[in-house]
Write a new protein. Structure first.
Length: 79
């Protein structure tokens, strides 16, 4: 939703200005599911991302933290 309403544009403008490439994962819904976290980890790995920036409220932050943790440490969010 935040991407669709343009709220993320201020952040992407800064990244563009710094010449940084990025990928946006906007597959998080309120109360993120295991599948949403797994999809985010998959996208992060497929795009060889070096870091995660979380944008939004509680659910996006929770999802981003879980994605970051699994990308770094492996395993399953169920663990």
């Amino acid at each position: 939703v935040l991407v669709k309403v343009g709220a993320v544009k201020a952040l992407t403008d800064v990244l563009d200005g710094a010449g940084m490439s990025y990928t946006i994962y906007d597959g998080c819904a309120p109360n993120p599911t295991i599948e949403q976290v797994d999809a985010g980890v998959k996208m992060l790995k497929e795009n060889s991302c070096d870091f995660v920036i979380s944008f939004g409220g509680g659910s996006p932050h929770d999802c981003a933290k879980a994605i970051s943790m699994l990308a770094t440490n492996g395993g399953s969010i169920k663990d």
